[in-house]
Design a protein around this ligand. Structure first.
Ligand code: FES
Length: 154
């Protein structure tokens, strides 16, 4: 279930599409924004609202890394692990972050601040290695720039 305000927003979003199911991506953002992640109830509810099967919603929400199916930290740190970034040092960035935050991949720091993830290409291959923090992109990151970034987010 969504708040009354988000129900209105969902109606508005759905009205922009000729077919309800086409609203699935913004609808999932709405649910995630309200609950911090996409809950089981959100999946069932959006399936019903968008005339989809529950497993179809589940397929979408688990395909895209911008959605979370479990609680995540305030900052979701996503290190690109695709070829260009790997060649430019993404592995070292990922290891550095794991060491600095004392947190493994797909884990959240005990203070609930950071969730560390590896993701596929972020679309900034010419500026590798790349790191996405929530909806912000950081290109050509180094261990030093990552340290500064983490400090600024603490
Ligand atoms: S390979 Fe990392 S952004 Fe494309």
């Amino acid at each position: 279930m969504l708040s009354q305000a988000n129900e209105k927003k969902l109606d508005e979003i759905i009205s922009h599409y000729p077919v309800k199911r086409s609203a699935i991506l913004p609808a999932l953002y709405l649910a995630q924004e309200e609950h911090g992640y996409v809950t089981d109830e959100d999946v069932k509810y959006l399936a019903q609202r968008l005339d989809m099967r529950v497993n179809e919603v589940e397929e979408v929400v688990t395909f895209y890394t911008m959605y979370s199916r479990k609680p995540v930290g305030k900052y979701k740190l996503q290190v690109c692990r695709t070829l260009s970034c790997m060649l430019m040092g993404a592995e070292q960035i990922a290891e550095h972050l794991e060491h600095k935050l004392k947190c493994g991949m797909n884990e959240t720091t005990p203070d609930g601040k950071f969730t560390l993830m590896e993701v596929e290409c972020l679309g900034y291959c010419d500026l590798a290695p790349c790191l996405q923090v929530n909806f912000d992109y950081h290109e050509k990151v180094t261990t030093e720039s990552v340290d500064k970034l983490i400090e600024s987010l603490k």
